[in-house]
Design a protein around this ligand. Structure first.
Ligand code: DAH
Length: 359
């Protein structure tokens, strides 16, 4: 073989390496096969490398330079083809990713779960609202209470069964002087002690009794107390105000009645019944065939209390009432076991979640 033939062969081999390399690169279908194509087009066993190895035998510097430049140019061209091909794949991948991860920011978002007021809180606020509408204000008192306020000042006789440690929680280390209040009534005394008449207050709060838990009893529960003291307050005011309240909660067209009862701190005392809102008086399961449902205890404030706080009992009179918040909530919502309010079962509680609400 002459030198001229060898030069032509090498040149043809380089041109072949160029077209073969470009074909290989062009055929790559993704980034993975492109890496393989690089080895096949530019690797140590690639046509270009083989063609290059022939360059060593060329003695003429000008020829060697010319073919060397051609080899470099082929190498550069294949490199450039690889780079441009890779760029295409990367762009395609990015496009696909944009497509995958595209977010329509105009769509409504996922609402985070929000809590709601507890049904007992809602019921208490609803009742408080009714009385605020009648001109009352809210008062509160301590849950750990002096026996003096819980019993004595409320005209409980010394041997009343409620004073027994079987019925009432006494605070250790204070003899028989400090209790967990058994009702919100002692706050009547605290309010009257702190201000002159007229008094119009509602008193929501937690109360405690040594009761065994069942469907209608808890050892810690809520009461809502009310007290109105002014000149010329009569039993008619009591019936009118409490009737307004009961109809607001249970149904505007329902009748109410007062049934004689006994409480030490009221005279006369009564229980307020509302006509059964399920059967309207004919008798059903909810009212246990009575036609009426007991709602709360009430009465005319006993003069003993007015005198105890230093009010002029000849000038002022008043009425008071007290109700169980669990009982009112249970009646209003058809709940048959008041323990449900304390189980913290969100499925139960969520049924009462109608927006935020509150005063
Ligand atoms: N304190 C009574 C109780 O716990 C409820 C009550 C009845 C409160 C009559 C009153 C009332 O203010 O006048 O059972």
């Amino acid at each position: 073989m002459t030198t001229g033939e060898r030069l032509d062969d090498i040149e043809a081999a380089l041109e072949g390496a160029r077209s073969e390399g470009l074909r290989i690169i062009e055929a790559a279908a993704d980034l993975g096969s492109l890496a393989e194509a690089r080895t096949r087009a530019l690797g140590r066993k690639a046509p270009l490398a083989r063609a290059r190895s022939g360059l060593g035998g060329i003695t003429d510097p000008t020829d060697r330079k010319k073919l060397g430049q051609l080899a470099n140019a082929v190498g550069d061209e294949l490199e450039a083809a690889l780079t441009s091909k890779r760029g295409g794949f990367e762009r395609a991948e990015l496009d696909a990713r944009w497509e995958r991860e595209r977010v329509d920011v105009t769509l409504p978002g996922d609402a985070p779960p929000v809590g709601s007021l507890h049904p007992l809180t809602k019921t208490a606020w609803e009742i408080v609202d009714i009385f605020i509408g009648l001109g009352y204000r809210v008062a509160e008192g301590p849950e750990i209470e002096l026996a003096k306020y819980n019993f004595e000042a409320l005209n409980f006789p010394e041997h009343h069964p409620s004073l027994s440690p079987q019925e009432t929680f006494y605070i250790e280390g204070h003899g028989d002087e400090v209790v967990l209040r058994t009702h919100t009534s002692p706050v009547q005394i605290r309010v009257m002690e702190s201000q002159a008449p007229p008094v119009y207050v509602v008193i929501p709060g937690r109360t405690y009794r040594r009761d065994v838990m069942d469907a209608t009893h808890l050892s810690a529960f809520f009461q809502l107390e009310g007290l109105a003291v002014d000149e010329g307050i009569t039993m008619g005011d009591l019936k009118g105000s409490l009737g307004t309240f009961a109809r607001e909660i249970f149904g505007r067209d329902l009748d109410v009645r007062l049934r004689p009862h006994y409480f030490p701190f009221t005279e006369p005392s009564a229980e307020l019944d509302v006509q059964c809102f399920v059967c309207r008086g004919s008798g059903c399961r909810v009212c246990k065939g009575e036609g009426w449902i007991e709602v709360l205890g009430c009465g005319m404030v006993h003069p003993f209390l007015l005198e105890w706080v230093g009010y002029d009992a000849a000038r002022y009179s008043g009425f008071a009432f007290g109700m169980g918040v669990e009982r009112i909530a249970a009646l209003a919502h058809g709940v048959t076991d008041i323990r449900s309010f304390y189980d913290n079962d969100v499925r139960f509680l969520a049924q009462f979640a109608t927006g935020g609400g509150g005063p």
